[in-house]
Design a protein. Structure first.
Length: 480
């Protein structure tokens, strides 16, 4: 078995672990040393913690040491055409390098004589990151649609409303059918949200849902099961305990303009879509210390009505991956089929192992998966370690990976298949070399019918002579 496959098996283990912890850290702070002024008016900048280096270990019940984290900043405000945005960042004087990602947005940063940074050409409501002299201690900027949520009656008995200020609900908020949780602009809600066997629920607003006061075993920030017609819109989620949003056995789920930040703890996944169908994830920002957007089939959720995972649309999302995979199917794939999944117009600013990844470690037939207009920038690999052992940078920065294999997290004996996967308009512009890898498992657990078109690696279009990696259980790769 190759070194890459062994590493991927380690990743499966780390991504799947959900054991308990005893950590309780309040990381959200105001009065940040970075300031942002929009059209002459200062806006609030929050400090939080993020991962400093890709250092991980198998879960042993002890939360990650704070020495492996660093301060990051985030701010949010409404978009207005032609608005002037000025940023003061320590160390931002002339001669320093300022990069705004995703680069594809075309946002210009001009450093003034006093070190202030003026941003130009904001394309509209979007999320982006300002990096001064490297990616550490970055400023995350969330430019919201000018959405007043006027349809929400804050005084309605069906609305749970939190206005500007800090609020603590340590026992969590359990939503019932027809209810709306509204976290208004300027509100920081220290709590978590659960819902089960409900329909027509909403989590809305421009405020912050903060889980920094909770230990790993206490909660998921959002945990919704056996439900339908769910909308999560506008909020910022800070410092998840582990997985940020566990959505299981659900239908008709929409994430729109949700921002995820402050992920420094072990297994701090973004959105875990488990045995759930008919999902839209649009216009979201996720910086995670583990997989960003994950589609899984898990044995506890494999049941009639949820044995097929289908119709998932991920669109116009901005991702920063500090460990794991950015766009992930698996590693657990306990489903009969995973099909009709679309990733379109996604921007991966930083990532570690693989940008686009399918790990089929159980029985699912994974097929009809479409990646279109995917922009991938710089991988992170310096000081990477697993269990205290330094890792080779060779295992980092993969563009495309598909693997069929058993792992210690496989819960069925049958291996699945993968076919009809399309990659179109893929652009990699990283400073490190990348790779494309396909590895099947057996004749009846193979990979076939892969279609790659208009794929560029640092400006060079790949063709049929590209040196991708594959084994004998892979067939019919079409590159044009």
């Amino acid at each position: 078995m190759s070194k890459n496959i062994l590493m991927l098996l380690c990743l499966c283990i780390l991504s799947s672990c959900q054991s308990c912890s005893t950590e309780d850290v309040d990381v959200l702070a105001g009065d940040a040393s970075v300031s942002v002024v929009v059209d002459g008016t200062p806006v609030t900048v929050h400090e939080t913690l993020v991962s400093k280096w890709p250092t991980n270990k198998l879960w042993d019940g002890v939360q990650r040491d704070l020495s492996e984290t660093e301060t990051a900043y985030f701010t949010s405000f409404d978009y207005k055409e032609g608005q002037n945005i000025r940023i003061d960042v320590p160390g931002g004087e002339k001669g320093k390098k300022c990069v705004v990602r995703p680069r594809e947005f075309g946002i210009e940063a001009e450093i003034g004589r006093k070190g202030d940074i003026e941003l130009k050409n904001i394309p509209g409501p979007c999320q982006f990151v300002v990096e001064v002299d490297g990616y550490h201690n970055a400023l995350h900027v969330f430019v919201n649609p000018a959405e007043p949520y006027s349809e929400v009656d804050r005084n309605s008995p069906g609305v749970i409303y939190y206005g500007p200020g800090k609020h603590s609900v340590p026992d969590g908020i359990n939503l019932k059918s027809g209810q709306t949780l509204f976290i208004d602009e300027g509100a920081v809600l220290y709590s978590y949200v659960t819902a089960s066997n409900v329909s027509d629920i909403k989590i809305l607003g421009k405020g912050i849902l903060d889980c920094s006061k909770f230990a790993r075993e206490d909660c998921y920030p959002i945990n919704i099961s056996n439900s339908k017609d769910i909308v999560i819109n506008g909020i910022v989620i800070n410092d998840p305990t582990h997985w940020t949003a566990l959505i299981s056995n659900c239908r008709n789920v929409v994430f729109d303009n949700v921002k995820l930040i402050g992920c420094w703890r072990y297994n701090a996944d973004g959105f875990d879509i488990c045995n759930t169908s008919d999902v839209k994830i649009h216009n979201c920002f996720l910086r995670c210390f583990d997989d960003n957007i994950v589609i899984k089939g898990l044995s506890p959720f494999y049941r009639d009505g949820y044995n097929i995972i289908e119709n998932i649309d991920v669109r116009n999302c901005v991702l920063w991956n500090d460990w794991g995979q950015a766009l992930e199917i698996g590693a657990e794939t306990v489903a009969d089929e995973i099909r009709n999944v679309t990733y379109d117009s996604c921007y991966i600013m930083h990532f570690t192992f693989n940008a686009m990844d399918i790990q089929n470690t159980d029985k699912a037939y994974v097929h009809d998966i479409h990646y279109t207009n995917i922009y991938v920038e710089d991988p992170i690999y310096l000081n990477a370690s697993l269990g205290g052992e330094l890792m080779s940078p060779d295992g980092f920065g993969g563009l495309i990976n598909i693997i069929v294999t058993p792992s210690m997290w496989s819960t069925v004996d049958i291996r699945g298949r993968v076919s009809d996967i399309t990659y179109e308009n893929i652009y990699y512009t990283g400073s490190k070399g990348t790779r494309i890898n396909f590895s099947g498992y057996a004749e009846d657990a193979d990979i076939k019918d892969l279609h790659i078109s208009n794929c560029y690696i640092n400006g060079k279009r790949i063709d049929k002579d590209y040196n991708y990696i594959k084994n004998k259980y892979v067939s019919n790769i079409n590159i044009k």
